[in-house]
Design a protein around this ligand. Structure first.
Ligand code: SAH
Length: 354
């Protein structure tokens, strides 16, 4: 039993079953024993590999997309560039390198990173040491100026609560203990939640709905800044427009495992409910677009060909396979989606349609 499992069981024994969100928070972000706070989670030797870690092309394309948005804003002399959950800092580094080909873009950027893990913060510090970087909380207290947000595989890491519809009432799915083992069960009393009201009619008995209060709060803050100051957000993650059913999953060493397997040692994520992010932001939002289509629209194939022309034969295979991994429907091209948020009187970011 991991130390964290013991702590969680003690908590449940003292105060009763806890929400899945509370379980996820403990597992992912416990200051000493949490998954993101103690482990090398990313990369081929970690538990999962993300698009920016697969290839520089991903961050370069996003960098140029953001730089184009800055040009469309009439090149403000100062703007905030905010990344949520920057991991090892690779994406921001690639954004800034590609963005430096657009005169004035990097110089105008004030960089803000939202990161909960002090271990990853220090990796970001090392990787981005040439830049002036600020770390902030997800309450987004930043100076008032046009703001460009980016988030890749951040929202899937936010805790969710799960509710199940039974006999025309909602009950919460909670984590309790049976025979000394963690297990899921329904709350004794029925529950209400403002976000459940809109889901009542499209659900039948037995359906499960997931709600991320953190995602709602953060998308509201993003939307307020975009509407008041100008700017946009590009959110990339796996998930769909409308979520239904439990999407909670656990991953260790690139393989799926059980959600109660070694708490704190495995990654726990949920599919992102993009409709909820879009509507809660209060901004205009783009059509939800697959990652493959988005990257192709912005020229990833041209970039791959350019890299191929300038590379040694032994590197060519990895460029071709990275391009395929990022864009092909059987790989990350379809499962991953891209959502743009922007003010209603402005255009959507490049690569995303209104
Ligand atoms: N965007 C990176 C990393 C994705 S992993 C990439 O594409 O490679 C998820 C990232 O979100 C990690 O940096 C993790 O520490 C951070 N994170 C997870 N939950 C968070 C929270 N509640 N607040 C801030 N950062 C969080």
């Amino acid at each position: 039993m991991t130390k964290l499992e013991k702590l969680i069981k003690n908590r449940i024994q003292e105060t009763g079953p806890i929400s899945i969100a509370a379980y996820m928070s403990e597992c992912l972000l416990h200051p000493e024993l949490g998954y993101y706070t103690q482990k090398n989670v990313l990369g081929s030797r970690g538990d999962f590999i993300t698009s920016p870690e697969i290839s520089q092309m991903f961050g370069e394309i996003l960098g140029l997309c953001l730089a184009q948005y800055w040009i469309d804003l009439n090149r403000p002399a100062r703007f905030a560039l905010v990344e949520f959950g920057p991991g090892t800092g690779t994406l921001m580094l690639d954004i800034l390198r590609a963005g430096s080909s657009v005169k004035g873009f990097v110089e105008a950027a004030e960089i803000f990173l939202v990161e909960a893990s002090s271990k990853l913060k220090s990796e970001q510090q090392n990787k981005l040491s040439k830049f002036d970087v600020n770390w902030i909380n997800d309450n987004l207290l930043i100076p008032q100026m046009p703001t460009l947000f980016i988030a890749n595989e951040f929202f899937d890491a936010l805790p969710v609560k799960q509710y199940q519809k039974e006999n025309d009432l909602w009950y919460e799915i909670q984590v309790g203990i049976k025979n000394d083992q963690l297990e899921l069960g329904l709350s004794h009393e029925h529950k209400t939640h403002p976000e459940l009201e809109t889901r009542f009619r499209d659900c039948v008995t037995g359906d499960i709905v997931e709600i991320s209060e953190d995602a709602t709060r953060i998308s509201k803050s993003i939307g307020q800044i975009i509407n008041n100051e100008g700017g946009c957000a590009i959110i990339i993650d796996y998930g769909d427009w409308h979520s239904l059913g439990s999407t909670l999953q656990a991953l260790k060493s690139h393989k799926y495992t059980q959600i109660f397997d070694q708490p704190g040692e495995v990654d726990l994520t949920c599919h992102v409910d993009f409709e909820s992010l879009a509507r809660n932001s209060g901004c205009a939002y783009s059509r939800l677009t697959t990652q493959g289509v988005f990257l192709e629209r912005l020229g990833i194939s041209d970039r791959a060909n350019q890299l191929l022309e300038n590379s040694q034969p032994e590197h060519q295979h990895s460029i071709i396979s990275a391009h395929k991994r990022l864009t092909h429907p059987d790989e990350m091209g379809t499962l991953f989606k891209v959502l743009g948020l922007y003010p209603s009187d402005k255009n959507s970011p490049a690569g995303l349609l209104k």
